[in-house]
Design a protein around this ligand. Structure first.
Ligand code: SAH
Length: 245
């Protein structure tokens, strides 16, 4: 089983997606396990302190305030996620990996990181030259989701974590990247998709696909399925698919 450990301040943004459809089934069938760790759970409640004028005064009604971010040293806009709550959350996740023979992989999502792609997904899922083996599968993957301006840089140093990006754009948090990484890795694990040959990289696939009806009528116009796909001639179909790639 492949264990994903997600460190996030907003687990509710991820759960619905991962619990539905194929990924939900993969969890039920114990192909993968997903655990959530909220840095906020590792902070003791305290009273929120207000701005400069009111420092020291406790604000009524906010006694449960749990601080998980702070202003950046050296100035600059936005807030930085405090190291300690994240360190505690990651430590909790790592404690669960002790019995595993393979080393857990720790990733911190960052738009400046290594770009996540099919090659890395295959490697983490346990594929080598198109062949899967349980031995090669990474058993524990820790995914740290940043928010605001990101994490205190010491988290990366302490865990020797790797920065991982899901693309050349900036999002508001690492939660969507976590869903992307888990989705891409899980769908290639043996038995997760109905048919293993559904995995694009291991077959001839096309982005142009059709299903019933054979002739679709929309706004009085008819749209037909390409003839070759109805021919039953597999060599010709493959040739067509390659052209449409
Ligand atoms: N100013 C920061 C951006 C913070 S975005 C910077 O330049 O690094 C807030 C968080 O969203 C990041 O800490 C990261 O965890 C996540 N994030 C945003 N875009 C991402 C991307 N393309 N890939 C992976 N994570 C991303």
């Amino acid at each position: 089983m492949l264990n994903f450990h997600i460190i996030t301040l907003f687990p509710e943004t991820i759960e619905a997606y991962l619990n539905a459809s194929i990924l939900g089934r993969a969890q039920k069938e114990k192909k993968i396990k997903i655990s959530y760790y909220n840095p906020r759970d590792y902070v003791s409640p305290r009273a929120k302190l207000c701005g400069a004028g009111t420092i020291g005064k406790q604000v009524e009604g906010r006694l449960d305030y749990k601080k998980t971010d702070g202003r950046p040293y050296g100035g600059g806009p936005g807030m930085v996620m405090l190291a300690e709550p994240v360190l505690k959350a990651v430590s909790k996740a790592l404690a669960k990996t002790k019995t595993s023979k393979t080393k857990p992989k720790i990733y911190i999502f960052s738009p400046a990181g290594q770009i996540f792609d099919n090659v890395l997904a295959d490697k983490l899922a346990g594929f080598k030259k198109g062949k899967w083996s349980d031995k090669l599968m990474t058993k524990h993957i820790v995914l740290i989701c940043g928010r605001y301006e990101g994490l205190d840089a010491r988290v990366k140093k302490i865990f020797k974590a790797t920065d991982l990006s899901v693309g050349p754009y900036v999002l508001t948090g690492g939660e969507v990247p976590a869903m992307i990484v888990i989705d891409a890795i899980t769908r290639r694990l043996p038995g997760v998709l109905g048919k293993d040959e559904s995995i694009e990289e291991r077959r001839i696939s096309s982005s142009e696909i059709y299903t019933r009806p054979e002739v679709l009528t929309f706004n009085k116009k008819k749209y037909r399925v390409p003839k070759v796909l109805l021919s039953g001639h597999h060599a010709e179909i493959d040739k067509w698919k390659l052209k449409k790639k």
